[in-house]
Design a protein around this ligand. Structure first.
Ligand code: GLN
Length: 486
């Protein structure tokens, strides 16, 4: 087995025992990137030089007898929406194509404290708007299981990189499903934390009341490890919550005996493909065999989640993206302009891709005077009803089990013509973001060689319960061990 094929917890043991050097791990991953990146295209930037330098530092600290943090020497791929000082951060947009941040996001600071290695920045849908990475303004990432299919999105580059062993760990962001859906499509683990659990400081904003950064990993143990490193209070993000962080590894092996798993009929709609339905039914059986109790619950307002999301997310995006005007950040039009308004207009017309423009227009409309009450305010009211649904449900269950997506990964180009069809991709993941609760996707089967994802959602700040239940399932199955042949 090559080093790049290993998990972070396996490498950690080898590094501590001095059987493997951090530089060997990084070299192995870089070699893998060289070999498969022409096919997969998950990276916007590979930080070859700095990664090697950071690994050398780790090796010399180890040689000097220092005890190092858990992630020391472990490569992490970072979605290109997370600011990295001195390392280009594009949001896969032409408007930020040459933008180099002057500061690190809080999660990057945490990773650096851990002496983890930032191996590169991954491709995404432009400004995280999309479900397939086809909206990237730079290039399209491929699904390692089938190079003609999408890897999912918007964190498609991170999920594909983990799946193809082009990194050991990765960070994604999730506004409506962008960690969990690509994790499901690529057959890896993805966790969207509770809103406020992980600092958004330095994460380039898409929809601020929904965005969260989270781990994408090869297995659940790695997910717990990476979560431990990034879950912390940060006064620089006013929505970050000062709430005790549990030891995620400690509870991992406690099993699911007596755990009440809720099944909501609203999440088993007609759009769900039969292999996905079969895989989820199997998963429910696995949990029953492991001693969990399955209870029926109802989440009636889920029906409105998609509509609510596609008012709130574009509304917030339209406001967040107002800052790209050709003056303060990134791209500026080269055209002759008569005044500053024309400068803004031309810059934005040339710099943003079609989906970003669509969202800005929808969002601006929903916020404009006369429409605000009818759309934005109404959407926020229904959001509260959806939250109450979940509060009610969690009185009778500890977590909720659903498919992550209705189908497996689709072919590149299959849904690009109709934005609505693409929006339907998020039907099962979007409620977590609207409600602010955590959700995890784990591998739960295959259909025609393509991975199927299982989603678990839990009450706010109960990531440890999700990880514990996910770990039990992983131990009882072998889906996470299968690898695409590239
Ligand atoms: N697909 C959803 C959207 O396009 C969610 C994206 C995300 O989670 N960043 O908005």
């Amino acid at each position: 087995m090559e080093l790049y094929q290993k998990t972070a917890h396996e490498l950690r043991d080898l590094i501590v025992k001095k059987e493997v050097k951090a530089t060997e791990v990084v070299a192995s991953v870089l070699q893998r990137i060289k070999a498969v990146e022409p096919k997969v295209q998950s990276y916007v930037t590979v930080a070859e030089e700095t990664a090697m330098k950071e690994a050398e530092t780790v090796d010399s600290l180890l040689a000097a007898g220092n005890d190092l943090p858990v992630l020391a020497g472990i490569p992490v791929a970072v979605k290109d929406v997370i600011s990295t000082a001195g390392l280009r951060t594009t949001c896969s947009s032409k408007i930020l194509e040459n933008y180099v941040p002057v500061y690190d996001a809080a999660v990057i600071t945490s990773l650096k404290e851990q002496q983890a290695i930032i191996i590169g920045k991954t491709n995404m849908d432009e400004f995280a708007m999309g479900s397939s990475t086809e909206n990237s303004g730079l290039f399209i990432t491929k699904n390692p299981w089938d190079l003609e299919s999408v890897p999912g999105g918007s964190s498609g580059g991170s999920a594909a990189a983990v799946c193809a062993d082009e990194t050991i760990l990765a960070l994604g962001t999730d506004t409506g499903g962008s960690i969990r859906q690509p994790a499901a499509y690529c057959g890896v683990v993805g966790l969207k934390p509770t809103y406020g659990r992980v600092s958004r400081y330095g994460q380039i904003a898409y929809a601020s009341s929904l965005d969260q950064i989270g781990p994408i990993t090869k297995d659940v143990t790695d997910c717990a490890l990476l979560m431990q490193a990034i879950a912390k209070y940060d006064p620089q993000d006013s929505t970050c919550v000062d709430y005790p962080v549990p030891d995620y590894l400690q509870t991992l092996q406690q099993g699911v005996k007596g755990m009440r798993i809720g099944i909501a009929k609203e999440y088993f709609t007609e759009g769900i493909s039969s292999p996905v339905k079969v895989a989820i039914d199997d998963a429910i059986r696995v949990y029953k065999d492991l001693g969990a109790e399955v209870v029926e619950i109802s989440l009636p307002y889920t029906e409105y989640a998609l509509a609510v999301y596609y008012i709130i997310a574009p509304a917030e995006a339209s406001s967040n993206l107002a800052r790209y005007d050709g003056v303060r950040y990134g791209y500026r039009t080269a055209a002759d302009v008569a005044d500053s308004v024309e400068l803004f207009m031309k810059t934005r017309k040339e710099g943003f891709g079609p989906e970003v423009k669509r969202r800005i227009m929808v969002g601006t409309y929903a916020l404009s005077s006369g429409y605000y009450d009818a759309y934005y305010l109404k959407a926020q009211q229904v959001r509260t009803l959806i939250r109450e649904d979940f509060n009610q449900a969690f009185k009778s269950c500890d977590l909720i089990l659903t498919p992550t997506t209705p189908t497996t990964a689709f072919k590149i180009g299959a849904k690009t013509k109709d934005p609505l069809e693409m929006y339907l991709e998020d039907i099962f993941t979007i409620t977590c973001n609207l409600v602010g609760i955590p959700g995890i996707s784990i591998p739960a089967g295959f259909a025609d060689g393509m991975p199927i994802g299982l989603q678990l959602m839990g009450p706010a700040f109960k990531e440890e319960v999700l990880l514990q239940a996910a770990y039990s399932f992983e131990q009882a199955t072998d889906y996470h061990q299968r690898k695409p042949s590239l």
